[in-house]
Design a protein around this ligand. Structure first.
Ligand code: UD1
Ligand code: PEP
Length: 438
């Protein structure tokens, strides 16, 4: 068990490189199960716990997986017959494991996947996956903690999603690539990760049109093959560092990212008085001494992303006045606020809305990361706090951030990662001889 220890008060300056996108990689890893011919070479794959968790599941399902974490290159091959049952121990750690459902069903006519269960950000039902797969002609049952789907042949259909779910859009898009005839997904999610998956599927020989709009049309094909693909940058990692720069009144170039993917965040940062300069390969973020309050509502893309809500809440708490935060995607995504209370934050929560009372003078405290983005937000609060902040449960942060504390250190933060069992011993992979910024 490790924790991050942050001594606040440092201004972040410099340049930070952004990794490939975790949330684009996961469905693409799952989609590799659809290819009966050829293998895959994926570039710019982030070395993250979630990617490794998905690799473990693919291996269990009989795919060949070689991940060069130094080179960020992932080789996948699913040409051998695949298994089509994913037991609980392979899916319980990560929600996105459910994404193997569509590909396995499309390829083998049967899929049995353990239900990933609820998590720290809300109940996360899967009714839209079930509704969509049923519309494609599958018989879908939920029993003994598993979702079981079978179909002799999937048939193209018109599917309307009651909510533009990212996961359901991805799952159904993958299943429909091998269905007979045409599938249309209406009210589809429009996230950049959806476009990325469609591009990848098309490189595999699929015929997917309209990704990035609310209607996706998929013409089924007889087989899919391997390909080479380079993943897009991670917009949530980029957004987190943009907010970190603003929180510390810093001057940071967030490099190797696509500014348009974070247009909603940039609009909000600018409203708060932060300067964001778009550059060829990313953005430069210049903080301000006087942050203005702002109201934010999370929404499906291109609205403000829920995955940046905990992080932006820290900036809102620093602003001069009252801000509101309206969380419309996940009902339990305010867990970080209760932790921030220990650090002096003042707020009231009423249903999905938090009223944040700034400006906060954060003071260091011992806090716990309830989930991935909550963990990132607590670290960011630590950067702005007086004194020392200790963030526990950092394995949550490892799910989605590669070398988080090393990157923050390189920008000037005073941050360490230590083993809780021995608070004086730094953990392996986190060397003791890094420059001390004191
Ligand atoms: C691996 C990955 O890409 N994860 C992202 C993905 O999660 P994920 O794909 O799980 O999120 P969804 O877009 O599906 O969920 C959005 C909303 O739809 C609801 N819903 C979803 C499916 C369903 O069958 N029924 C239903 O009601 C959920 O409860 C939630 O309220 O999109 C979320 C919303 O941008 C992000 O926070 C996650 O980081
Ligand atoms: C919520 C996230 O991931 P997941 O959907 O895998 O829980 C996230 O990346 O912030």
């Amino acid at each position: 068990m490790e924790k991050m220890v942050i001594k606040g008060g440092r201004r972040l300056t410099g340049r930070v490189h952004i990794e490939g996108s975790k949330n684009a990689a996961l469905p693409i890893q799952a989609a590799s199960l659809l290819a009966t011919v050829g293998s895959f070479r994926l570039a710019n794959v982030p070395s993250l716990l979630d990617i490794i968790t998905m690799n473990r599941l693919l291996k269990f399902l009989n795919a060949t997986v070689v991940f060069d974490q130094e080179k960020h290159e992932l080789l996948l091959d699913a040409q051998k017959p695949v298994a089509n049952e994913a037991p609980f121990e392979y899916v319980d750690e990560m929600r996105a494991s459910l994404l193997v459902m569509g590909p396995l069903l499309a390829r083998t006519g049967y899929a049995k996947v353990a239900l990933p269960g609820g998590c720290a950000i809300g109940s996360r039902p899967i009714d839209l996956h079930i509704k969509g797969l049923s519309a494609l002609g599958a018989q879908v049952d939920q029993r003994d903690g598993y979702i079981v789907a079978q179909a002799d042949r999937l048939t193209g259909a018109r599917i309307y999603l009651d909510f533009p779910s990212v996961g359901a859009t991805e799952d159904l898009m993958m299943a429909a690539t091998r269905a007979t005839g045409i599938t249309t997904i209406e009210n589809a999610a429009r996230e950049p990760e959806i476009i990325e998956l469609a591009n990848f599927l098309n490189k595999m020989g699929a015929r997917v049109h309209g990704a990035g709009t609310t209607v996706i049309r998929i013409q089924g094909v007889n087989f899919l093959h391997g390909c080479e693909y380079r993943l897009m940058p991670d917009r949530i990692e980029a957004g987190t560092f943009m907010i970190a720069a603003a929180i510390t009144n810093g001057d940071v170039v967030v490099a190797d990212t696509i500014a348009e993917h974070n247009a909603s965040l940039i609009a909000k940062l600018e409203e708060m008085g932060v300067t964001v300069v778009r550059q060829d390969d990313g953005v430069r973020v210049l903080g301000t001494a006087v942050l203005l309050p702002t109201n934010i509502k999370t929404m499906p893309y291109p609205g403000f992303p829920t995955d940046l809500q905990p992080q932006i809440s820290v900036l809102q708490l620093l602003a001069n006045g009252v801000s509101t935060l309206d969380e419309r995607i996940f009902e339990k995504r305010f867990m970080h606020l209760e932790e921030l209370r220990r650090m002096n934050a003042k707020f009231q929560i009423s249903g999905p809305v938090a009223v944040l009372d700034g400006p906060t003078k954060f003071s260091g405290a011992e806090v716990t990361a309830s989930d991935l983005r909550a963990g990132a937000a607590l670290v960011l609060a630590g950067l702005a706090a007086d004194g020392v902040t200790q963030v526990r449960n950092v394995s949550e942060i490892d799910r989605g951030y590669y070398h988080f504390q090393q990157k923050l250190r390189a920008l000037g933060a005073q941050i360490d990662r230590i083993d809780i069992a021995d608070k004086f011993k730094l953990s392996p992979g986190h060397p003791t001889n890094e420059t001390n910024h004191d």
